[in-house]
Design a protein around this ligand. Sequence first.
Ligand SMILES: Cc1ncc(COP(=O)(O)O)c(C=O)c1O
Length: 414
Amino acid sequence: MTLSVPLTREHFERLDRDDPLSACRARFDLPEGEIYLDGNSLGAMPAHVPARIEKVLKEEWAHGLIRSWNDADWYPAPQRTGAKIAKLIGAQAHEVIVADSTSINLFKVLVAATRMQPGRKVILAEKGNFPTDVYIAAGVAELTGCELRCVEPDEVLDALNDSVAILSLTQVNFKSGRRYDMAAITARAHEVGALVVWDLCHSAGAMPIELNGANADFAVGCGYKYLNGGPGAPAFVFVAERHIAHVRQPLTGWHGHAKPFDFTHEYAPHPTIDRMLVGTAPQLGVLALEAALEVFEGVDMQVLRKKSVALCDLFIQLCDEQLLGLGVELRTPRDAEQRGSQVSLAHAEAYPVMQALIARGVVGDFRAPDILRFGFTPLYTRYVDVWDSVEALREILHSAEWNRPEFIARKSVT
Ligand SMILES: Cc1ncc(COP(=O)(O)O)c(C=O)c1O
């Protein structure tokens, strides 16, 4: 939505009045007077989650005690929550389960996929991916006797050949916000006989995803970003129906067993997606994530995407208009088709600039060495937030307000 006339705040107020998702903001408990543009790192808290967790703690745990695994239906929560996530990512309910962290699910899926490709020895991955994806792939390569080959994002298609066992990609890059064409890349990988593992950390909950529409093989993703499950929320894993019976994942814990409560000596994998489980779920986290997902009820993901594109387009247009000559460079593709729901700007003093923004109540984040990251979560971000955040950024850069010792000193989590 690129307009040729200079924008005004009134324009953004009007967009908020006409926004079909504006009522969704009330589903979240957000600090008054702040603009939160970091839902791509830690999603905001859905307002009803504390009451649900209080019930879990005070009734189900305190009084139900061990009975709650049955009586409060704790045990099937990973499957129930997986089914809710399935709706957001174009999967069937029985293809998704909640378990462990994204890193651990990546390990399980990469080993399982490698075992399904005897005779092929290359795990193909991208340079510049989130480090855990690369580190885990390197660990899996070492363990399975494969070679990890990392190429630039633009070289992925050319690097696909019949030696590739697995292609492991993140749909939306954590730093640049660049998005791959999942369907086209999966189709090309399948042509050469490779299986594809998609990391959906920066796309699940932020846009419509069609895993089965793209004929995807495996996917993982985290629960604490656009799914709003809370700090350290458990992650999810998707295995396409056609692969479930063949998947042998390496972490053969008792919850992945066909009959966990028979307590047999021999491991036998569960016939369903449950075989991706390892041990006892972090139950409080699973139940918080399950409750959090209610914020998506009645939300049309196409409408959500339309707003996400508009927010990002407007943010980029305002940066073009207002930050000229202030040392800022756009690092996210301008073409919405190639973008997730974030915009990244490069600036030589990105760290203190972000600290100064946060001090003004505009919360984004910094990614080394020079990236200012702004995540736009369409369920709770207002159009005026776009206007006000660029205004704040312009003032900070113009006045060099960032150049203060308290903003320059690095904190441990950036
Ligand atoms: C692409 C990607 N994968 C994985 C993770 C994190 O994995 P974990 O939840 O295991 O720390 C992140 C975190 O930001 C990420 O951006």
